[in-house]
Design a protein around this ligand. Sequence first.
Ligand code: LLP
Length: 386
Amino acid sequence: MEFRIGDCSSLELAKIYGTPLYVYDKIMILQRIKELKEAFPNVQICYAVKANSNPEILKLIAAEGLGADCSNRIELEYARRAGFDMSKCIFTSVNPKNEDLEKALELDVLINLDDISIFKRLVKIGTPDKICFRINPGFGKGKFPGIVVGGHGTKFGMNEDLTLEAFKLAKSFGVKRFGIHMMTGSCVLNEEYFEELTLVIQDIVERLEKTLDIKFESIDIGGGLGVPYEKHERKLNLKSIGDKISIIYKHPAKLIMEPGRFIVAESGTLLTEVTTIKNNFIGIDAGMSTLLRPALYGAYHPIILANNTEAEFVQEINIVGPICENTDFFAKNRAMPKINEGDILAIQVVGAYGFVMASQYNGILRPAEVLVEHSEHKLIRERELI
Ligand code: LLP
């Protein structure tokens, strides 16, 4: 059987738009948003723009009423253009430039800072009426070391003592409304972890509110909801996470979550053509510049033969790109069916941190992106040309 995306033939898409090609299934994105809304009815969901910032995808997420989490002025501008309600958007910066702070002030989004020095810079430009600080609780969790962002020795957030100082300073500058934020890691498939985060931040909030004599208006536990990439991994039971959080969360402040991966990852497929078969290597026309995750983290992505999804596995083979580096691989010793030159492979679960991390390295220009809705398909980003 041929691999289909929505109701579209993957082979036809590859023929029409060329390869390598990112294809997203709109219905799947909408489905994931629905699941989040149902599981977390009282939580403000702010989509992490960094996961996939294609303008059409941002538009469809904005139209669902979600907020956005943006890391700099460019992502803020993407969110504004896509029609996100700015009152539901957060600017979570790391080492921002003054231009980023100016943009956040101009768009009047919730400003979330991860150091006192940045607050001092901000007030020279303008003082917002509400401020949020990012606390690093001293631990984190994520699928790969590179995506654990909480914990000692990471560059993110402040410890509790510094966070307290930051709020004190903000109060002394006349800031009256406060939020607190935590983001400890990405791609977590452990359901209890999200409860743990909620409990930890509630305790912190209790201590800070007592010492500072303030009330928080928003408490943000960040993103991190994982999706299964590998056969042994199971989909998160969102409903169970949502139910448990709603029981343990007692604070009147608005609870915020910033999922990126969960919303878009599974909707995305990278179609690529087999160019070369050499010894135990299958060479394809996508490289680490097209999809960086395997090279950067050793990430596993399912890969199927798009022309025949049921073909029997007959070999264990390496799947590699056209770039002059040993890190330019997609799979090592992967069980695959017989593959011929000209076949189309579908690399799956690439909707998050796929195209957004693509580069032009080695002259492999960035691919096109297509959005599928049932049997309709449209180009949502032109293939990059020299
Ligand atoms: N909020 C903040 C402040 C973040 O830094 C991130 C991701 C998110 C939300 C969304 O996290 P998610 O729900 O997607 O886990 N390039 C890596 C992922 C890095 C994530 C960095 N921060 C990858 O390919 O796996």
